[in-house]
Design a protein around this ligand. Structure first.
Ligand code: C2E
Ligand code: MG
Ligand code: MG
Length: 585
């Protein structure tokens, strides 16, 4: 134990620690007078104890560069209680010292700072071990910014300082959108150039007392000190985030191409979001993950609700692994009907997780977790194979052939050999390929259009149908969509919600249908809940409908019953009309 009795150190043990330290240690009081040094310091500098102890620290340097050296250190100590950096100085004994110096205020339990601790590591000896324990450097070689360990250290000091002065500290983590794609298309040399440029722009946005670090391949950390407390901290750091976006907004010219840089930012504040660097950084990452899920150029403040969501996600992740292995995933089927004939012509296969304790968990909740963890690959594989087997079962029962829509995730599309999975499923079941319909959202294919066109053309050539899902919600370029072999376009449910009340949305839907028909595509409208919505879609010449008006997604047996009984749209519409009439009487 270092502590002998409350408030006083065991002096012997403290001296033993100092003498065994590989770093040169020097303790200076607040007036700048050297109070104590250790043997390592004597060895490194060649300055004897009696020559420097009780003397002003400035005396250890050869005169001439004293202000230049000490002023920035003093400034940082004043601002945030900490300074660190490379040093190369000629000492009073003409010895040149090269190394890495850290100076930190020794924080008393109460009262003002009385001492500063200086730790000097000669080159070749630095080991600010972090995680893996390997030697790391204080500066990022590419951008010249601080590295993560230094950033964490600075954050620690800033937190300690803010704690004493009842101030706030803001931590921002910024992640460049689609950096890997930029890197792939421009080459790493220009990718590196872009990172340096971003580093400069970020540095120029912040005050001298703040700091920027490169904390991941395409992630930057920003530490905001000296910001207002409480709600003011949110305003201050939100303002900085805006400044950051403005700085990044200016297009960059690289390799003859104009590149638009967008980024997501997660923000945490001390003290409300975390009491130490680890908590603050973790929560900033949680906020960043939320920001990434939003639109581009989005910043998010951390909230404890996010932490709850993150915890639930973590719990979901481990039980999802189990669910995959123990058969808790099921496919439900939602009928799709031809609007004119009113007959069932297809179904969309929708995943349901039937959890032994929690009951049905929505795909909206677990698909994002499956995508983040890569579990979507075995799940997606299972969905395609199961849907194909089900088509074969209905065929063998001599039920009218139905087309089954299967949703593909963007991750699956990028990381799985979809062609192979589809081919194997078709071969195994011998079904008519036209009965399988793969649903893909716009965003899944727009990231890498060329690759997507290639894969989808191969799948289309097998006779499998392809649909564009949730149309109208992405950022697709209509001219590019032309190149894809889509047979069907599914209008997103959000349009249907407002179609009866919003003439603007009605006009958009009308235009989408006209465009799809000119490309010979079938149009399915999703989310039809009322007879009024159905009638509007009928009048707009939409081809097929899917929605709660007819049926929610149902278990396989129930859907099989519907097929056997030949249930039609008019049965349901008549029933709805009767209910309404009855209601009115
Ligand atoms: P989606 O592909 O757009 O599926 C349509 C969603 O709209 C389904 O939600 C369906 O239940 C819901 N829906 C249909 N009609 C109505 C209606 O009239 N009113 C309302 N309010 N909702 C309606 P669900 O089943 O919760 O699925 C949500 C999303 O999860 C799907 O959206 C799809 O993106 C994803 N998903 C579902 N199954 C799979 C799967 O096997 N693989 C992948 N990658 N994603 C899936
Ligand atoms: Mg779908
Ligand atoms: Mg959809």
């Amino acid at each position: 134990m270092v502590v002998k009795k409350e408030g006083s150190f065991d002096e012997k043990l403290l001296n033993l620690l100092l003498e065994n330290s590989l770093e040169g240690v020097l303790l200076v009081d607040r007036r700048g007078v050297v109070s104590q040094i250790n043997q390592a310091f004597v060895k490194m500098t060649g300055l004897q104890q009696d020559v420097i102890e009780s003397k002003s620290i400035v005396r250890i340097l050869k005169t001439g560069n004293v202000h230049e050296f000490f002023d920035p250190i003093r400034e940082d100590l004043w601002q945030c209680g900490f300074w660190q950096g490379e040093v190369q100085q000629t000492l009073v004994n003409d010895r040149i010292i090269k190394g890495y110096l850290k100076v930190s205020a020794v924080l008393p339990q109460n009262g003002p700072v009385r001492y500063y601790l200086c730790q000097l590591a000669e080159h070749g000896q630095i080991d600010l071990s972090y995680g893996g324990g390997q030697a790391i450097s204080a500066k990022d070689r590419l951008t010249n910014l601080a590295t993560l360990p230094v950033f964490t250290d600075r954050l620690l000091q800033a937190v300690a300082n803010a704690h004493r002065h009842e101030q706030s500290v803001g931590v921002m983590i910024l992640d460049i959108d689609r950096f890997h794609q930029i890197n792939d298309s421009l080459g790493t040399e220009l990718g590196d150039k872009l990172l340096c440029l971003i580093a400069d722009r970020l540095t120029s946005c912040l005050r001298d007392s703040d700091s920027v670090a490169r904390v991941g391949a395409d992630e930057f950390g920003m530490l905001l000190t000296d910001i207002d407390e409480g709600p003011g901290a949110v305003r201050n750091s939100g303002f900085v985030a805006q400044k950051v976006y403005e700085a990044l907004a200016e297009p960059v010219e690289l390799g003859g191409k104009i590149i638009e840089v967008t980024a997501a930012v997660g923000i945490t504040l001390f003290p409300q979001d975390g009491r130490n660097p680890e908590e603050l950084l973790n929560n900033a990452k949680t906020a960043l993950a939320h920001a990434r899920r939003g639109s581009r150029n989005n910043y998010q403040f951390f909230s404890h609700k996010m932490a709850d969501v993150a915890r639930r996600r973590f719990a979901l992740e481990s039980s999802l692994r189990e669910a995959v292995d123990s058969g808790q995933l099921h496919l439900f089927y939602q009928p799709q009907l031809d609007i004119k004939s009113g007959r069932i012509v297809g179904a969309e296969a929708l995943l349901r997780w039937i959890h032994p304790e929690q009951g049905i968990i929505s795909p909206m909740e677990f698909i994002p977790v499956a995508e983040e963890t890569g579990l979507i690959l075995p799940i997606g594989d299972w969905v395609i194979r199961t849907a194909c087997r089900q088509i074969a079962i209905w065929r063998d029962m001599n039920l009218p052939g139905v087309r089954v829509g299967v949703n593909l995730s963007a991750v699956q599309f990028k990381r799985q050999d979809i062609e192979k999975v589809v081919r194997e499923s078709l071969d195994e079941t011998g079904i008519d390929p036209g009965n399988l319909d793969l649903e893909i959202t716009e965003s899944a294919i727009m990231d890498d259009v060329q690759k997507a066109v290639l894969i989808l053309n191969h799948i289309g050539d097998m006779g499998v149908k392809l649909s564009i899902d949730d149309f109208g919600t992405g950022y697709s370029s209509l001219s590019q969509l032309r190149h894809f072999p889509f047979k069907t376009l599914k209008i997103d449910r959000s349009f249907v919600n407002s179609i009866a009340s919003d003439e603007g949305d009605k006009a958009i839907v009308n235009a989408i249908i006209a465009m799809a028909h000119s490309l010979n595509q079938t149009v399915i409208v999703e989310g039809v809940e009322t007879v009024e919505q159905l009638e509007i879609m009928q009048n707009l010449s939409c081809n097929e409908m899917q929605g709660f008006l007819f049926s929610a997604p149902v278990e396989v047996d129930k859907f099989t019953e519907m097929l056997k009984n030949g249930v039609e749209l008019k049965h349901v519409v008549d029933k709805a009309a009767n209910t309404n009439n009855n209601g009115k009487v």
